[in-house]
Design a protein around this ligand. Structure first.
Ligand code: ADP
Ligand code: MG
Length: 258
């Protein structure tokens, strides 16, 4: 019935973040973001607006060229799910999921039990010995999510994880991700260019302008969880989608006016 209670406390706060690459491309300018503990928040924007850049800066994988990134309650353990599942083709599913723990020199008993638990969470227990080539696109993404969860991160950053999947697989993974979020009670920042996906999943949607990206609108989706196929086909859902699509269109129009 209810979503994990989002504490109102901010866990990470970006202020006036800018990013200009050596090539001279400015991906972000004046980018502000507050992520609250326990929430499911999406960054929504057109391709090339700087979503991945923003997520990489939150993860510490890229340094901002302007502005600040603050962790008011101390830094959090982060799990990152990339758009491509990026699995090692020569290694089994369980070896792929174990990688972050092996890199951290965890002992093998800890690793084995964490891997088993992580695979169970995403429904891949029966495929622990399979190789990536034997998996469907959806299953590869599940393995990638299991790998991100194996270190028990507080903050899960997901960069268009389901964009390459067919719609039926994407809907299924959306539902499974929401169940995971409800049971694990972690914070999720989800990047997507899909209005429909952002509304289905999120408590809060931050709409970005075209490049250089910044957040230009915030829309709260107060619909209750669990959200299911009934929600997906409801007038309520359609209404939120229309509202978010309008905000995105306004953000795009801002570019032409500039
Ligand atoms: P999105 O994820 O919203 O599609 P990105 O953050 O990947 O957008 O990219 C934003 C802009 O920055 C794009 O114009 C992209 O080409 C550029 N960009 C991204 N990464 C780099 C990089 N490492 N070097 C140069 N330009 C980059
Ligand atoms: Mg991207």
């Amino acid at each position: 019935m209810s979503a994990p209670a989002a504490t109102t406390a901010t866990i990470v706060s970006l202020r006036h973040v800018g990013k200009t690459f050596d090539s001279g491309t400015t991906a972000l300018a004046g980018f502000d973001l507050d992520v609250r503990g326990g929430e499911f928040v999406s960054l929504l924007g057109p391709s090339g607006c700087g979503k991945s850049t923003a997520l990489r800066i939150v993860a510490g994988l890229s340094a901002p060229s302007a502005g600040t990134v603050a962790w008011p309650q101390g830094e959090r353990r982060i799990g990152f799910v990339f758009q491509e599942p990026t699995l090692m083709p020569w290694a089994t599913v369980s070896a792929n999921v174990a990688l972050p723990l092996r890199l951290a020199h965890a002992d093998s008993r800890t690793t084995d039990s964490a891997v088993a638990q992580s695979l169970a969470r995403v429904g891949l227990t029966d495929f622990s010995g399979a190789y990536p080539r034997e998996l469907s696109g959806g299953m590869k993404m599940r393995a990638s999510i299991a790998r991100a969860l194996v270190t028990e991160p507080d903050l899960l950053l997901m960069d268009e994880p389901f964009a390459a999947l067919d719609e039926i697989s994407r809907f299924k993974l959306n539902n499974d991700l929401l169940s995971l979020w409800q049971s694990l009670r972690r914070t999720v920042v989800f990047v997507t260019h899909s209005v429909f996906e952002s509304v289905y999943l999120s408590q809060r949607i931050l709409v970005m302008s075209p490049r250089p990206g910044r957040v230009v609108a915030e829309i709260t989706i107060p619909a209750a969880y669990p959200r299911d196929e009934e929600f997906r086909t409801s007038a309520e859902y359609a209404g939120y989608c229309r509202q978010v699509a309008q905000a995105l269109a306004a953000a795009m129009a801002g570019e032409r006016a500039a």
